[in-house]
Design a protein around this ligand. Structure first.
Ligand code: SF4
Length: 905
């Protein structure tokens, strides 16, 4: 055997196949192809229709090789025991050349000017301009889409684009149209691309070998090899954590391509990560500090701005005490920057008043998962979704908010996994699901308890697991007597039959997985939601075992997991080490050279209340537009106005920045070094592809400078040093470092030492609770904080759409705006009839706190009596409406249910 390891295909029972390639003996795994074998032998067999991300199709015949059993397409022919393969057969080579000649003689010679796989193959085969069609077929172009450009004459009809759309993305938006030599890709029925069902993931562009499909600025794909610099980094949008390659020239971005070996995305991305980078060079970027003078924000030098920050924070600390200052850290920024900000607050200021936006999204996940299992993260890696035979998706519109994981779930379902969706909205996954439990907002705990009751009733619980690895079964069983299906139906609107079908699907699966989102956490009883959802996995023994896909929260912002992991929380230091534990404080105090304050600090909603009460006098808001994203924004504005001093560290002059006294220009994820932690606890590197614009600095440098302005050296000269210091102080991150991540790519925490590979799957031997067991929670359903009533009869749900991210500050400054130029109110056709509105008609939405107006979008994606809005557009400030009701355990707001009334505007 050459090359050592068995390669290619899926080894079944460790089976290997032995064959020879050009006389060289190789071993490949059973199920591997001849192409795998040639690669294992180091032979370079050309391909065109082949892509590692796709099932081989054998369409282009470019990978023909001779075997002692005939000439075969290497990509589709199975590697068979004892076969002799020749990749250097002259007759076959001549045939391949003729195949490519026939291909190129119908496409124009300008194809040769592009850095494509086809061009590279032509160079290899010695094909030249004269071999191409000089005129082209006149099939035209489609430039209707802001990101996907079609030059139809360049299409070689290999079908890779169509297969990417089907087999990776799962949207089925593309087809091959036309006949014979005029066969070309088309979107939908062949109308303008932008009007098709295309979700702009760029998979087709990234796989196209000929340049027929290209991105907006360049014909560059994951396979391209050019002289321009390529920086490997991690996406700064959602919490999936896609690995991206940023191609740059002259300090601007040529293209972003998904890394084929990205551990989570495996060569895929979405419209945001793949294309929405234009914001980075927006003329709106903040390039100098701003200081409020005479009521106006004016340009200032860094020295001036830092002097004001240092003077004012020192004054307020000295006059009112350190707890009069509070900071909100940034879930978009790196771990190292979050580490630095919490250190700054605890050392330079002397308060634990530091929190991050996990407070308003996944704090119930941390609390619930710690209580159920012991650690504050999801239990299993993303790849376990591929092995799941049932995926239960609760409160998550995954294909829009976490598109790469959404696509993976779609593929799992298309390949036979059963899909159960629990969501008030008919999301894309709900339409695909075997069972959709469409409960009313605020009914999760009733539905989860109903499912748990059915698992017991139908003998679908894992008794051995409960006896040996779990606690609380008897108490839960007693509580569940109150949740028979007919009562669950009353509480939630979910029919007993649907509930039974869901229990059967999840309860009979051999490898069930749960993923969930903010539709579980952002409720008055969000922590109860997480715990009662976790109950299902415990009852099935589907967590901490080889046959379980566990319980996995889909994190919203790119680094919301990391911001919390780094201790940007009021009650814990990095690694969730409690600040009220004297031994923990002592360790940090020794390392930091200053005492660590003992009293836990304020949570974000408490900071606002304290500001209004005059207890908090200064706020430092880092990388969050709290006036757009936090609930009851009138209350937030009043809190900021009540402060003596507000600092905003931002990349744009957001609503929050406009309300600040000093604005410090920061940097985007494309301009900085560090790490993020994604939704499955994976540390991944973030690398600087561009310099920050103008006089802006990286946020790391800004925070160091603010420390200096307060007279404190934060002691970490660069991000690598900050992570090293954090790892030194935090046992669960002890084995993580930039150097190791650069070498190994990604590391899951816990990672307790330099020889620890990290734990992708948690709790294989014991749970991290005090008794080593998973804890079932007997939690009753309790009514939501603000249910619809006679005055406000509709339930408003807020969330995300595919194209825009969070408050939209980044995506609205990209061509994504052409794909979704504004916000609209989703409402059901029956409600639209009742109100007398049609698509596009303005609807006034009022809650007890405010009124916004949005054009209607009439759709059955929402149920009767329910409406949906995002907060991505300042013209429709949805958080003027949302309430100050918060989860009792964690203070996470009840974003997913606000009572509103509607009228035609
Ligand atoms: Fe970025 Fe999330 Fe899209 Fe991946 S799925 S490219 S992490 S926004």
């Amino acid at each position: 055997m050459t090359g050592g390891a068995v390669t290619g295909g899926q080894a079944r029972d460790g089976g290997v196949v032995r064959l020879r390639v050009d006389g060289t003996p190789v071993e490949v795994a059973e199920g591997a192809s001849v192409l795998d074998a040639t690669r294992a032998a180091g032979a370079d067999v050309p391909t065109l229709c082949f892509d590692d991300r796709l099932a081989p199709s054998g369409a282009c015949r470019v990978c023909l090789v001779r075997t002692d059993r005939g000439v075969v397409a290497a990509c589709t022919a199975p590697a068979e025991e004892g076969v002799e393969v020749r990749t250097d057969d002259h007759e076959v080579a001549a045939t391949v050349r003729r195949v490519v000649e026939l291909m190129v003689e119908r496409i124009p010679e300008r194809a040769l000017e592009l850095p494509t796989e086809l061009t590279a193959l032509c160079a290899r085969l010695g094909l030249e301009r004269a071999d191409f069609d000089l005129a082209g077929r006149g099939l035209g172009r489609d430039d209707s889409h802001p990101y996907v450009r079609l030059d139809a004459d360049l299409c070689i009809a290999c079908g890779r684009c169509v297969r990417m759309c089907d087999e990776v993305q799962g949207t089925f938006a593309l087809t091959m149209a036309g006949r014979g030599a005029d066969t070309v890709v088309a979107a939908g029925a062949g109308g303008p691309w932008v009007e098709s069902a295309c979700v702009s993931c760029g998979g087709c562009v990234d796989s196209c070998p000929s340049g027929a499909l290209s991105g907006p600025a360049a014909v560059l794909t994951s396979h391209s090899r050019t002289a321009d610099p390529v920086t490997r980094t991690t996406c700064g949008y959602c919490g999936v954590g896609c690995t991206l390659d940023v191609h740059t020239r002259d300090d601007s971005i040529l293209a972003v391509t998904p890394a084929l070996d990205g551990p989570v995305n495996r060569g895929h991305a979405c419209v945001k990560g793949r294309f929405a980078y234009g914001f980075v060079r927006s003329p709106d970027r903040l390039t100098t500090p701003l200081v409020r003078r005479n009521g106006r924000l004016e340009h200032a030098t860094w020295d001036e701005a830092l002097a004001v920050v240092g003077r004012e924070l020192t004054r307020i600390r000295d006059r009112h005490g350190p707890d009069a200052i509070a900071a909100i850290s940034s879930a978009r920024s790196t771990n190292e920057e979050n580490y630095l900000l919490q250190k700054l607050m605890r050392t330079a200021i002397g308060t634990n008043n530091v929190d991050n936006c996990s407070r308003i999204c996944h704090a119930p996940s941390a609390a619930g998962l710690i209580a159920s299992f012991g650690l504050a993260g999801g239990t299993n890696p993303a790849e376990d979704l591929d092995a799941a035979d049932c995926i239960l998706v609760a409160g998550a519109n995954v294909t829009e908010a976490h598109p790469v994981i959404g696509a993976r779930i779609v593929q799992a379902a298309l390949h036979g996994a059963r899909l159960v969706v629990i969501d008030p909205r008919r999301t894309e996954l709900a339409r695909l699901a075997d069972v959709h439990l469409r409960g009313r907002p605020g009914s999760n705990v009733a539905v989860f308890n109903g499912l748990a009751g059915l698992l017991f009733d139908r003998g679908l619980v894992d008794e051995e697991f409960l006896a040996t690895r779990a606690a609380g079964a008897e108490e839960l069983r007693k509580l569940l007597a109150d949740y028979p299906p007919d009562r669950v139906a009353e509480l939630s609107g979910v029919s007993p039959d649907a509930l039974a079908a869901a229990a059967e699907a999840y309860g009979t699966a051999r490898r069930p997985a749960i993923v969930y989102g903010l539709g579980v956490t952002e409720h008055l009883h969000g922590t109860d939601g997480v715990r009662t959802l976790a109950n299902l996995a415990i009852l099935r023994g589907a967590v901490g075992t080889p046959h379980g896909g566990g319980v996995n929260p889909l994190r919203g912002q790119n680094n919301v997991q990391g911001a919390s992991d780094m201790g940007a929380l009021p009650d814990v230091l990095p690694g969730y080490q409690r600040v009220d534990d004297p031994r923990v404080r002592e360790r940090f105090a020794t390392a930091w050279g200053t005492p660590v304050p003992e009293r836990p600090g304020l949570r974000i909603p408490e900071m606002f209340d304290a500001a209004l009460a005059g207890q908090v006098r200064a706020m430092y808001v880092f990388g969050e537009d709290i006036l757009a994203t936090d609930p009851d924004s009138g209350h937030v504005r009043a809190a900021l106005e009540a402060c003596d001093f507000v600092v905003s560290q931002e990349i744009f002059l957001s609503a929050t920045a406009q309300a600040a006294d000093v604005v410090l220009p920061g940097s985007s994820f494309l301009e900085k070094d560090g790490t993020f932690v994604n939704f499955d606890r994976r540390f991944q590197r973030v690398r600087r592809a561009l310099d920050p614009p103008g006089q802006a600095y990286t946020d790391f440098d800004v925070l160091c400078a603010v420390g200096g302005a307060l007279g404190v050296d934060l002691g970490c000269p660069d991000p690598a040093a900050a992570l090293a210091e954090c790892a030194e102080l935090t046992p669960v991150f002890a084995g993580v470092s930039h150097e190791r991540l650069d070498r190994e790519g990604a590391l899951h925490w816990p990672c307790r030492g330099l020889d620890d590979p990290g734990e992708a799957r948690l709790y294989g031997t014991a749970f991290a609770t005090s008794d080593g067991r998973a804890h079932l929670a007997a939690r009753p359903w309790l009514p939501p904080g603000e249910p619809p009533d006679a005055d406000f009869p509709y339930a408003l749900i807020t969330g995300r759409r595919l194209v825009h991210y969070n408050s939209g500050t980044m995506t609205r400054r990209t061509p994504n705006l052409a794909l979704a130029p504004g916000e609209h109110l989703d409402l059901h056709p029956e409600d639209a009839d009742r109100l007398g509105v049609g698509d596009g008609d303005p609807v006034e939405v009022s809650s007890r706190r405010g009124t916004v107006t949005a054009p209607a979008r009439v759709t059955d994606e929402v149920a009767v009596g329910e409406v949906f809005l995002t907060f991505a557009f300042p013209e429709v400030p949805a958080n003027l409406l949302t309430s100050d009701e918060v989860d009792e355990a964690t203070s996470c707001p009840e974003y997913k249910l606000t009572a509103v009334r509607l009228r035609r505007a």
